[in-house]
Design a binder for this molecule. Structure first.
Ligand code: F6P
Length: 556
C-alpha cells in the first residue's frame, strides 16, 4: 500500500502492538473500579467530554473515562495516523483494499468543485436527472401508463438498498405529501403481497434498487411486482412507465426490461450501506422534495467538514469511535444498544445494525492477518419510551455489561404545534434523560430485588431538532465513527465477504427443498442436521414438493 505521497507504507502493527494500546490496558486495570458517580463529580472532566458537531451535541461524560484515559485514546488515534487515513478516504484512494475500490460516499454530498474527478464526472449530472424525475412525479407531470398521478411508491431493495431510504422517508415525510410509501425487502412473499394488497395498478410506481442487480430477494420481488402489473394492465407500456431502477449494473437493468431513461446509475466506489446519498435515496426525494433531499445532503456534508476540520479532541466521530474502542477492547463490553427517543427515528437501530456490523464485523486485518482483538460489538436497540417497558429491565438489573447511545431531539417538531403534544415531548425527553441517569448512577435500595447497580456508560446525542439537515449530519456522524473504529482495528470497513457465504448455501438447499433427488452443489452439501430438517420440511410441504418431483408424497 502507498501513502498519499506515493511512498510505500511501512506495514501497520496490529492494534495490540501499539504503544498507546499497552498504555490503555494499564489504565483499564486502574479504571475498572472508578464509579461513574465519582467521575461525574468532576466538572472540568465533564465539560471536556462533550462536543458540538454540525448542530448535534455529542456528550460522552457518562462514560467510564477521565482526562488521562481520553488523552491515551487520542494518542492511539495519533499512532494510527488517523488524519492521513481520513484524507485518503476523502481523496478517493482504494481504502476498500480487498476489492481495490475507493469509498467515496462523501463525494455524493460534496459541492461539485470538491468532488474527486471520478465522482465529479457523474454525480452532479445523475443528481440533476434524479431531481427532474422526482419533481415531475411530485407535481404530477409524470404519471402512470393511463395518465393518472402516482399515489403509491413501492421501493424494492434490501440491506443498504433499503434501510437508509426507509429510515429517512419514514422519519421525515411531510403529512401533506400525496404519495404513500412501502418498502419491500424480504424474500418472504408476504412482504411483497402486503405492499401490493390494496395498490392501484394505474397509480403505483416501483423503484427497484440493487447495486449488483443480482440480489435474490430484490429480483424475485421485482419479478412478482412486474407480473402483478402485467396481469392487471395487460400492457408492457405499464412496466415502462411505472418501473425505475437504481443500480451499478445498468445493462442488467436494461436486459430486465427497463428503458435507459428509467435507470439511475450507482458506482463501484459507493458501498451499499453508504449509498443513501445517491439515487438510492429516491424515495427521500419523492417524500421530501428536492429541497428536502438537498438539505439531507447538506447536513451530511456539514458533518464531513466537521470530521475533516475539527481537532481530534473536539472531533465527534473520532471521539465516539475511541470511546467504542475503550468499551469494547478495554472494558470488555460486547453489546451496544441504540436508543432513539424520537418515534420518527424508530428505524435507526436497524439501519445502524447494518452500517456498523456489516462494516466492522471482521476479524481479519487489511494484510490478511488476524486482528487479535475484538472488533465491533453486537448492535441492537429500540425506540424510547417503548423499550423501557420491555428490554430496559435487562439494562437496569441484568447481568450483562452494555454500552448505549441515547438520541434525543430538542424541538418536538409537531405541525401544527399543540400544547399537549409539547408536553408529551417533554415527557419523552424526561424519560430519555432519566434512563441515562439511572444507568449511570443506579438505584440503591435495601431490597435487593429493587436495587439497580448502575455504573453503565452511555453516550447522549442531542439534535437541536429533527429535520433533513440534522438527520443527514447524524447519519454521516455514524459513518465516520465506523470508519474511525475500522482504522484503529486496521480492518477494511467497506467489504462484506461474510454475507456471501450464506447466499451460496441457500442455493443448494433451495434445490433440495424442491426435489428429493437434487444433488448437493459444490462442497457445501447439507450436514446431517440440515438434511433432517430438509426432510421434515419436504414432508410438511408434501403437496407442493410432490408437484415438483412429479409424484405425490402424501400417499407414500
Ligand atoms: O447481502 C448483503 C448485501 O450485499 C449488502 O451489502 C447490500 O446492501 C445488500 O446485500 C443489497 O445488495 P444490492 O444492492 O447489490 O442488491
Amino acid at each position: 500500500m502507498t501513502d498519499r505521497d506515493g511512498a510505500i507504507e511501512a506495514p501497520r502493527p496490529a492494534a495490540a502492538d501499539l504503544a498507546a494500546w499497552g498504555h490503555l490496558a494499564r489504565l483499564a486495570d486502574q479504571a475498572q473500579p472508578a464509579a461513574l458517580a465519582n467521575l461525574l463529580r468532576d466538572s472540568a472532566r465533564n465539560g471536556a467530554l462533550r462536543t458540538d458537531a454540525a448542530g448535534i451535541l455529542f456528550d460522552f461524560s457518562r462514560q467510564h473515562v477521565d482526562l488521562q484515559i481520553l488523552g491515551a485514546l487520542l494518542a492511539l488515534a495519533e499512532e494510527r495516523r488517523w488524519e492521513a487515513r481520513r484524507e485518503a478516504l476523502f481523496a478517493g484512494e482504494a481504502v476498500n483494499t480487498s476489492e481495490g475500490t475507493p469509498a467515496l460516499h462523501t463525494a455524493l454530498r460534496a459541492p461539485a468543485a470538491d468532488q474527486p474527478e471520478a465522482a465529479a464526472q457523474v454525480v452532479p449530472a445523475t443528481r440533476q436527472r434524479l431531481m427532474a424525475f422526482t419533481e415531475s412525479i411530485r407535481d404530477g407531470r409524470r404519471t402512470g401508463h393511463s395518465g393518472r398521478a402516482f399515489q403509491r411508491v413501492i421501493h424494492i431493495g434490501i440491506g443498504g438498498s433499503q434501510l437508509g431510504p426507509e429510515l429517512v422517508t419514514e422519519a421525515l415525510r411531510s403529512a401533506d405529501c400525496p404519495l404513500s410509501f412501502r418498502f419491500v425487502a424480504n424474500i418472504d412473499g408476504h412482504a411483497i403481497a402486503d405492499a401490493l394488497a390494496d395498490a392501484d395498478p394505474e397509480t403505483t410506481l416501483f423503484i427497484v434498487v440493487s447495486k449488483s442487480f443480482t440480489t435474490l430477494e430484490t429480483l424475485a420481488n421485482a419479478a412478482t411486482a412486474r407480473n402483478w402489473l402485467l396481469e392487471r394492465t395487460n400492457q408492457r407500456e405499464a412496466v415502462a412507465a411505472q418501473f425505475v431502477a437504481v443500480t451499478a449494473r445498468t445493462e442488467a437493468a436494461a436486459d430486465w426490461g427497463l428503458r435507459p431513461e428509467n435507470i439511475f446509475p450507482l458506482w463501484d466506489w459507493v458501498g451499499g450501506r453508504f449509498s443513501l446519498w445517491s439515487a438510492v435515496g429516491a424515495p427521500v426525494a419523492l417524500g421530501l422534495g428536492k429541497a428536502g433531499f438537498e438539505a439531507l445532503l447538506d447536513g451530511a456534508h456539514a458533518m464531513d467538514r466537521h470530521f475533516r476540520e475539527a481537532p481530534a479532541a473536539a472531533n465527534a466521530p473520532l471521539l465516539a469511535a475511541l470511546i467504542d474502542i475503550w468499551n469494547t477492547n478495554f472494558l470488555g463490553i460486547a453489546n451496544h444498544a441504540v436508543l432513539p427517543y424520537d418515534h420518527r427515528l424508530r428505524r435507526l437501530p436497524a439501519y445502524l445494525q447494518q452500517l456498523e456490523t456489516e462494516s466492522n464485523g471482521k476479524s481479519t486485518r487489511h494484510d490478511g492477518s488476524a486482528t487479535g482483538v475484538h472488533t465491533v460489538p453486537v448492535i441492537w436497540g429500540g425506540e424510547g419510551t417503548t423499550g423501557q417497558h420491555a428490554f430496559h429491565q435487562l439494562l437496569h438489573q441484568g447481568t450483562r455489561a452494555f454500552s448505549a447511545d441515547f438520541i434525543l431531539t430538542g424541538a418536538d417538531g409537531h405541525q401544527p404545534p399543540r400544547p399537549e403534544l409539547a408536553d408529551q415531548h417533554r415527557w419523552l425527553l424526561a424519560n430519555g434523560l432519566g434512563q441515562g441517569q439511572a444507568m449511570a448512577l443506579g438505584w440503591p435500595h435495601e431490597d435487593p430485588h429493587r436495587a439497580a447497580p448502575g455504573n453503565h456508560g452511555t453516550n447522549t446525542l442531542v439534535l437541536d431538532r429533527l429535520d433533513a439537515r440534522s438527520l443527514g449530519a447524524l447519519l454521516a456522524f455514524y459513518e465516520h465513527r465506523v470508519f474511525c473504529q475500522g482504522l484503529i482495528w486496521d480492518i477494511n470497513s467497506f467489504d462484506q465477504w461474510g454475507v456471501e457465504f450464506g447466499k451460496r448455501l441457500a442455493e443448494t438447499l433451495f434445490d433440495q427443498l424442491g426435489r428429493s433427488s437434487a444433488p448437493a452443489k459444490g462442497t457445501l452439501g447439507p450436514d446431517a442436521a440440515t438434511q433432517a430438517l430438509v426432510s421434515h420440511l419436504r414432508e410438511i410441504n408434501a403437496p407442493a414438493t410432490a408437484k415438483e418431483d412429479g409424484n405425490d408424497l402424501s400417499h407414500q
